[in-house]
Design a protein around this ligand. Sequence first.
Ligand code: NAD
Length: 453
Amino acid sequence: MAIRIIVVGGVAAGAKAAGRCKRFNPEAEVILIQDEREISYTACGQPYYIGGIITERRELIIQSPEELRSKGIDVHTGCRAESIDVEARKVSVCDLQEKTLSELTFDRLILATGAKPIVPPMPGTEFYGVVTLRSIAELDLFKSVLDKLKPRHAVILGSGYIGIEVAENLAGLGISVTILEKMDRIMPRMDPEMSQQIHQHLLDHGIELITGIGATEIVGLDGCVSAVRMDNGREINAQLVVVAVGISPNISLAVAAGLMIGSSGAIAVNERMQTSVDYIYAAGDCAESIHRLTGKPVWNPLGDIANLQGRVAGENAGGGHARFPGVLGTSIFKAVNLNVAITGLTEQAASSAGMTPLAVTLDARDKARYYPGAKSVTVKLLADKVTGKLLGAQIIGVGAVDKSIDIVATGLLGGLTCRDIEYADFAYAPPYSPVLSPIIVAAGILAKRVGKN
Ligand code: NAD
């Protein structure tokens, strides 16, 4: 008899897992349970839809339920998995419209329940005009607030990825934007001098930044947001408040089922994406990863990682033997026209992990200096002081950063040293790169310093 695999959650990891599972094991019965109406949509593209760069909402939907059904997957939208009976291998499912409960048995289960925006407990978050960004329903509310309230001033709580990407897009619509960051600097996941560059760039482009101060209350008038009160007592007027203070993994189903939760707060999994119960898998933003440099569990909720983990969970649930080897925390984002990328450890993170990082920071161009359109980039490259092994990089610039960050990420995967990179044979022609890539130059400087206390 064909095995039955149930996937709970149908966005990045879940849709990928279901598709992979069915392709790998066409005999398997694959059922996808998704509480939202949409499946398989991009959260990453949403700030650009807000800003009008992406004009069609449908572009954000990667696959419709019908498309996934045409691949032989039984898709149930508007249905929420309420509980798991681990021993009996049953999931209890609520049809949210009909308000009916049913039970589905499974041979294997994949949890891809994702994460949700954190909304800090403070008065006023219920006012119309206070938004988060993640699901299509949240996106639709955000868009309707823009259309109905036509805000002149927006306050964004949080200066992480979403805060900065949304700031750029709102500013592009002519809305004046203030970012309120409770830490003493923006983008605190980067080293201070690098986040300072982003800070200056945003200021130069008219985005106001307030750091080291939190919000205590959202003030409203006639049911709509009118201001944000800060912990210094001051108020900033706003007709739109975007809450982007981070996300938390959706683990309640896993917790209630008694699955092990890792030290990062997400569901603990092994490299086959199996949870503490070997026939239950977890993938995507609800699941933990191992950091490939420190070997420690981390929570790294990113879209590309969700897809990779979903692929592994789907294949293994279908009877395969795929492995997910861990993460480096590689990510990239745009801050107005500044490109920002990071991989591996920051200097601060490497030191905190007990390593001895050696850092070099240099300014370079992304093309030959004399080639029209060459733009600046700042590269911070880190290697271990004793072994010379690469530890990470942060690259910022109006020039291209994506190629360089992926070079470093690949070097980290291969355990390469700065000496290996110093003589690397990379592609060069003036329209694409300086004669020596900034990564080669930085690695060369590090190589001279390695081993010399
Ligand atoms: P984040 O963790 O990137 O940033 C949250 C920020 O809010 C931090 O700087 C934090 O110090 C600050 N903060 C926390 N509490 C606060 C408070 N009460 N007041 C003011 N500031 C506060 O989270 P995010 O921006 O919400 O993004 C969520 C997730 O989405 C990220 O974890 C990321 O995985 C993902 N994402 C990634 C990309 C990308 O890779 N390009 C883009 C968008 C989203």
